[in-house]
Write a protein that binds this ligand. Structure first.
Ligand code: C2E
Ligand code: CA
Ligand code: CA
Ligand code: CA
Length: 277
């Protein structure tokens, strides 16, 4: 969609949503951001609709730039992908996420952690090597780490995608398709990919305010059942939305209705509170 933002910024899509001056500023700051320790991870709980318990958290990167304040991930991840330092950032995210998981384990909350993997990182020649090195270094348990990939990343080179996913599965990782339903139509190849979970994008329930049918969500949940995949519905903000997706047989949900993304301290408080309920 193309609409005019209030600062005269034209939003085309996520990749092109910021103007070129800001892009250049961000690019210049991006190189220093890691060593300046300006990145943080926030964690958004993912709950089981059946048990209401937190089964995992999604790690979401936050950049608090000393010069420009908060810069949203969609404003810099695409730039990092092109400028080349996505790899360092991804490694930092992986290590931080595993560190958080270890802390939660130690507190008695052995939950899963989901990590967003950028398309460029996934398809880079040394990706598998880098991941297995990270697993060794951090002593991570891949069977409790979910890697979130977008359809668009996978469809560009299906055979290579299958090869990489198979290796990741062999290491034990859980694989999910992020933002499902928003990319290219994927039904033709979906069954060929060794994946475990579909994450249905929040745009499909976003505007639903009454208890109504959402056929497209029902359809996607049925595809998942057919392919023996679990479903996480994203962006649940209200009880009504929860009720609808639950009826269709969605197993897991994520969204402001349960919790915003939380920093480490708030996440631990959230887990402690929920355990006492
Ligand atoms: P995503 O993977 O689809 O992440 C979910 C986004 O939806 C997050 O935005 C989250 O804050 C937001 N969200 C969650 N629940 C709700 C809700 O109920 N309502 C609404 N309106 N929004 C909700 P965020 O953190 O701004 O991240 C945006 C995107 O940036 C992510 O989309 C992901 O594609 C990317 N991203 C974030 N962290 C990383 C990272 O560490 N690595 C990579 N490669 N990409 C990342
Ligand atoms: Ca995600
Ligand atoms: Ca998503
Ligand atoms: Ca998204």
């Amino acid at each position: 969609a193309k609409l005019k933002g209030k600062d005269n910024i034209v939003y085309f899509n996520d990749q092109m949503r910021i103007n070129s001056n800001r892009k250049i500023e961000i690019l210049n700051l991006l190189h220093q951001a890691l060593e300046q320790k300006e990145f943080k991870l926030h964690f958004q709980p993912i709950v089981s609709l059946e048990s209401k318990k937190v089964v995992g958290v999604e790690a979401l990167i936050r950049w608090f730039s000393k010069q420009k304040g908060y810069i949203p991930p969609l404003d810099f991840i695409p730039l990092a992908e092109r400028s080349g330092n996505i790899r360092e950032i991804s490694e930092w995210v992986f290590k931080e996420a595993v560190t958080m998981q270890n802390k939660l384990d130690a507190l008695g909350y052995p939950i899963k952690i989901s990590i967003n993997v950028s398309a460029k990182a996934l398809m880079s020649p040394k990706f598998l090597q880098a991941v297995s090195k990270l697993v060794k270094e951090t002593k991570a348990d891949p069977t409790r780490i979910e890697l979130e990939l977008t359809e668009t990343a996978l469809i560009e080179d299906i055979r290579e995608s299958i090869r990489i996913l198979k290796s990741l599965k062999q290491m034990g990782f859980i694989i999910s398709i992020d933002d499902f339903g928003t990319g290219y139509s994927s039904l033709a190849y979906l069954h060929k990919l060794p994946i475990d979970i579909l994450k249905i994008d929040r745009t499909f329930i976003h505007s639903v305010t009454t208890d109504t049918e959402i056929p497209v969500v029902e359809f996607m949940v049925n595809i998942a059942k057919e392919l023996d995949l679990s479903v996480i519905i994203e962006g649940v903000e209200t009880e009504i939305q929860e009720r609808i997706v639950k009826r269709y047989g969605c197993q897991y949900a994520q969204g402001y209705y349960y919790s915003m993304p939380l920093d480490e301290t708030d996440l631990i408080a959230f887990m402690t509170h929920e355990a006492s309920n």
